[in-house]
Design a protein around this ligand. Structure first.
Ligand SMILES: O=C(O)CCC(=O)C(=O)O
Ligand SMILES: [Fe+2]
Length: 306
C-alpha cells in the first residue's frame, strides 16, 4: 500500500471535497446568472426596437378610427413663394393635412371601386402600380399606357355607364368644395388638374420605375401643377391588403394614414408634405388621386363617356 504525504499548503481531503462541491454548486448558479443577463439584454433590445418603431411611425389615422374631421397644420415650405402673387387667394397660407371619413359615403366608394376594377380589368401594368385616368383615357397596360376609350371601341364593348361618370364627377366636386372650405379658397380659384387617376397597387414586383409607388416624393415636384392633393381610398388596410399605408415623411417621426373605404385625405402638395406608400405585403389596394391647382392654365375638364 502506497501512501503519499500531504505537501505543505496542499488542501486536506475534506477541503478538496468541499472545494469540488463548491465548484459543482457554482455552475448552475453561474448559468442562472447568465440566463438572467441574457433575458434582460433581450428585453432591452426589444424595448429599444419598440421605441424605434414608435419613433419611426406616429399614427395620423388608423383603420379603427372614424374621423369626421382632423386637421394637422404643418409649416408651409418655400415652394409656393414664387406663385403667391400670381395665384393670390389660392396658394396656401396655412399648410397641412386633413382626414375626413364622411365626405364620401362608403357606398359611393364601393361603387367607385367597381368602376376602377372594371376599367383596370382591361389593362394592368406588369407589376407595382397601375393607373386609370378617366380624363385622358390613359390605362396602364404592360410597360406602357393605352387609351381605354379606343380599346373599348376595338373590342366593341362598353364598360362604363353615364352613371359611373356622374358619380365620379359628383364625388370630385364634393372633394373640391371641401378643400376650398378647409383652406379658405374662393371656389372659382381652384381647378381640377391632371393627372387625376384611379390607382391599383399589388405585391407583384414593379418592372419600371414609374410603377414603383413606394418612393418618397413631393407631388408639386412630381406632377408640376399640383397645389392640393386629395386621396380617396376605395379599399381597406388590413383586410383587402396588408402593408400599403400612406406615410408622411417628417423630421421627427413619420406619420401614417391607414387607407379605409371612403376615407378622404388631402394636403398641400409642397415639400412640407413629402410622402410615400409602403410596399404591399398582400392583397390589392385601390384609391383615387384627385388633384387640384391654382393655375387656371393647368385646369382640366370633367371626364366624359366617349
Ligand atoms: O395612394 C396613395 O395613398 C398615395 C398616392 C400618391 O402619392 C400619388 O398619387 O402621388
Ligand atoms: Fe403623391
Amino acid at each position: 500500500m502506497t501512501t503519499r504525504r500531504r505537501k505543505a499548503g496542499e488542501p486536506t481531503a475534506q477541503k478538496r471535497e468541499a472545494h469540488v462541491q463548491e465548484e459543482e454548486g457554482d455552475r448552475p448558479y453561474t448559468r442562472v446568472l447568465l440566463q438572467g443577463a441574457l433575458v434582460i439584454c433581450s428585453l432591452l433590445v426589444i424595448r429599444t426596437f419598440v421605441d424605434f418603431e414608435e419613433k419611426e411611425y406616429g399614427q395620423l389615422a388608423t383603420i379603427n378610427e372614424d374621423i369626421p374631421h382632423r386637421f394637422i397644420e404643418v409649416g408651409c415650405s418655400s415652394d409656393y413663394d414664387k406663385e403667391k402673387v400670381m395665384f393670390k387667394g389660392c396658394i396656401p397660407s396655412i399648410c397641412g393635412r386633413v382626414i375626413m371619413d364622411h365626405i364620401v359615403t362608403r357606398e359611393e366608394a364601393a361603387k367607385l371601386l367597381d368602376v376602377a376594377k372594371k376599367g383596370l380589368s382591361l389593362g394592368g401594368s406588369n407589376g407595382g402600380a397601375s393607373i386609370l385616368d378617366l380624363h385622358s383615357g390613359a390605362l396602364s397596360k404592360g410597360d406602357k399606357f393605352v387609351d381605354i376609350f379606343s380599346l373599348q371601341k376595338t373590342k366593341s364593348i362598353n364598360i362604363f355607364t353615364e352613371d359611373d361618370f356622374k358619380l365620379y364627377t359628383r364625388v370630385k366636386d364634393r372633394i373640391q368644395h371641401t378643400i376650398t372650405a378647409e383652406f379658405g379658397i374662393p371656389r372659382e380659384k381652384l381647378f381640377l388638374t391632371n393627372p387625376t387617376f384611379f390607382s391599383q397597387m399589388t405585391t407583384k414586383p414593379a418592372q419600371t420605375v414609374h410603377d414603383e409607388y413606394w418612393h418618397p416624393h413631393v407631388d408639386k415636384e412630381t406632377y408640376g401643377s399640383f397645389h392640393y392633393t386629395s386621396l380617396l381610398y376605395l379599399s381597406e388596410y388590413g383586410t383587402d391588403f396588408k402593408g400599403g399605408r400612406f406615410v408622411f415623411v417628417d423630421k421627427d417621426i413619420n406619420k401614417t394614414v391607414d387607407p379605409k373605404r371612403g376615407r378622404l385625405s388631402f394636403f398641400t402638395s409642397g415639400s412640407e408634405n413629402l410622402h410615400y406608400v409602403e410596399k404591399l405585403t398582400s392583397g390589392t389596394r385601390y384609391a383615387i388621386t384627385v388633384s387640384f391647382t391654382c393655375n387656371p392654365q393647368r385646369a382640366i375638364d370633367d371626364p366624359t363617356l366617349r
